[in-house]
Design a protein. Structure first.
Length: 567
């Protein structure tokens, strides 16, 4: 079965091979039975659903084994980093339900130690300063099938390398003038072992250290050592770091002074169809105003999913369902949507809302009368009880629920037909009122007083039940219908076509005049509702008491699957 197979009774879950590895290590007594993980984001953008998988894996693994997890920011590139991103990442991790306690770290915490370690490598003849430019160094590295060429500066003396490195630190050179490289093996079949760059000059103030440094360690040089100094036992990375593992181990071999060492384990990153997961491409969407910021509900960012109405529980359940594998693949986004439907089905308050209204006048109902109809708050949770919904002579229904000249299998309201108004009465259409242009502006009906509560008084059956809202007792709201941002399964998978060509023009529709039953009068941002028959909706942070705003989180059914099946 595939990773994202949904069966009738639930969702098939895959085994977690990382937990299997840890189980074996614990049996062998490795690390004294400790399990200590870390989540190491770069503060250069907002986290997305792929990071959520990693967060759940790292924190969840530690929880499973009563271990610890550190949050450590990989802030080694000040040109792209910002405290805004740091704060958003901490908010996202907390929102997902995880906590790092007092174990908040930054790679910049170790800048002095990393510098001292680099000096030690130079003193041991294992690092050198190279004056060549980046293009030359890259060309000299060769190819996977052709050995690299040694730099002409590779055999500089220890004294010269130390002098040059200190002058790099002192700011005597310009960016790009020189770099510090580890001296490993230019003939290694692994390209990352061919004298990798470990320090470069960057004359950019750092968000934490200011102007103290003008040289910064590379990720590969900072990451493993930080793991070692923090006592990490399992450094869980995505699959693209598998080829970096020999270098990770090499640096720790030079550093370590005990039997302890962290172990890097790689897993397949999350790829979703109809989505782009590249931070660079997401930033492009934001900067070019294709979306309304990082928290746009169409974005796969955690803050965007939160604003759209996704819950932490649904995202954690999604991460559990897709499992942890060593093989790259693409997960169908419908599985993510399934997870939020399942969660909101259990917790969301039911209400009736009409988002494309047409007025219905019940001509034989008393003018000015208001009846309170009892409605179920959530059939999945009887403890949520019931509420009262006002019913009046004039109501709104969805425009699509009426047709003047319906086809044979149209069972909703039409002239002469009888339908049930949910929780209220049976009504029969008697007349249609149009404006001079022929547009329907009002539908006239009569009601059966004996059918109160939507119950048949004589056993007769109707084929349709419609939701409705009183035209006088309601809350007027703006509703934003969000859909998938792209209309292609692989928007960034086309070699000669820009991914933005596949932006879905219908990914957002704003409906300014919608009517919802009075129950939603005092809603708060991120409150969840099911609008009966329409989908799950969440109160947007833009919402005010004067102008409530609801975002559609997800439809009740996967309409995209129908579109795919119909070609």
């Amino acid at each position: 079965m595939s990773e994202n197979t949904i069966e009738k009774e639930g969702v098939v879950k895959t085994n977690n091979f990382i937990h299997q590895i840890i189980d074996e290590e614990l049996k062998a007594g490795k690390n004294g039975g400790r399990v200590h993980t870390r989540f190491p984001p770069e503060p250069n953008g907002y986290l997305h659903i792929g990071h959520a998988k990693s967060i759940c894996l790292n924190f969840g693994t530690a929880q499973k084994y009563n271990g610890l997890t550190n949050l450590r920011f990989d802030d080694t590139n000040p040109s792209k980093e910002d405290t805004e991103y740091v704060e958003s990442i901490m908010e996202d991790v907390h929102w997902l339900g995880f906590d790092w306690g007092d174990r908040l770290y930054y790679a910049s915490d170790y800048f002095d130690q990393l510098f001292d370690f680099a000096v030690r490598l130079i003193q041991e003849g294992k690092a050198y300063v190279d004056d060549q430019d980046a293009e030359t160094i890259s060309a000299q590295k060769g190819t996977p099938t052709r050995p690299g060429t040694e730099s002409p500066y590779r055999n500089r003396s220890v004294e010269e390398n130390l002098d040059l490195f200190m002058r790099m630190k002192a700011g005597e050179f310009n960016e790009g003038d020189c770099v510090l490289r580890a001296k490993i093996d230019m003939t290694s079949p692994n390209m990352h072992m061919r004298d990798p760059i470990i320090y470069r000059i960057m004359k950019t103030p750092h968000h934490r250290t200011g102007d103290k440094w003008c040289i910064y360690p590379m990720y590969d040089f900072a990451h493993g050592q930080s793991d070692y100094w923090e006592g990490i036992t399992h450094s869980i990375c995505t699959l693209e770091f598998e080829v970096h593992r020999p270098l990770y181990d090499w640096f720790i071999d030079q550093l370590k002074d005990s039997d302890y060492r962290p172990r890097q384990i790689e897993f397949a990153r999350l790829n979703l169809n109809y989505t782009v997961m590249s931070k660079r491409k997401l930033l492009e969407l934001v900067k070019n105003n294709h979306v309304n910021g990082w928290d746009d509900p169409r974005m796969p960012t955690i803050c965007g999913l939160r604003r759209r109405g996704y819950t932490p529980e649904s995202i954690r359940a999604f991460a559990e369902r897709i499992g942890v594998t060593k093989t790259d693949g693409v997960i169908d986004v419908s599985l993510l949507e399934y997870s939020i439907r399942e969660d909101l089905n259990k917790r969301a308050q039911r209400v009736m809302g009409v988002i494309d209204p047409v007025k219905v006048v019940i001509t034989n109902y008393p003018e000015g009368q208001v009846e309170q109809m009892e409605a179920i708050n959530n059939p999945e949770d009887p403890a949520m009880g019931t509420r009262m919904v006002p019913f009046t002579r004039e109501i709104y229904i969805e425009r699509e629920d009426f047709m003047e000249n319906p086809p044979k299998k149209f069972f909703r309201l039409s002239p002469g037909t009888e339908v049930r108004l949910r929780y209220a009465y049976f009504v029969t259409c008697t007349d249609v009122i149009k404006d001079p242009e022929g547009h329907i502006v009002e539908i006239h009906c009569t009601y059966d007083p004996a059918s109160r509560g939507g119950n048949s008084p004589d056993g007769r059956k109707v084929k349709s039940t419609l939701h409705w809202v009183s035209a006088t007792e309601n809350v007027k709201a703006e509703v934003r219908l969000y859909d998938r941002l792209f209309n292609d399964e692989e928007p960034d998978g086309h070699k000669d076509i820009d991914f933005k060509e596949f932006l879905n023009p219908d990914s957002l529709k704003i409906l300014p005049e919608c009517y919802i039953e009075p129950f939603v009068k005092n809603v708060k941002p991120l409150d969840h509702f099911q609008f009966e028959r329409l989908g799950y909706f969440t109160v947007d942070p833009d919402s005010t008491p004067e102008k409530p705003v609801f975002n559609r989180t997800v439809q009740l059914k996967d309409n995209w699957q129908k579109i795919k099946q119909n070609g």
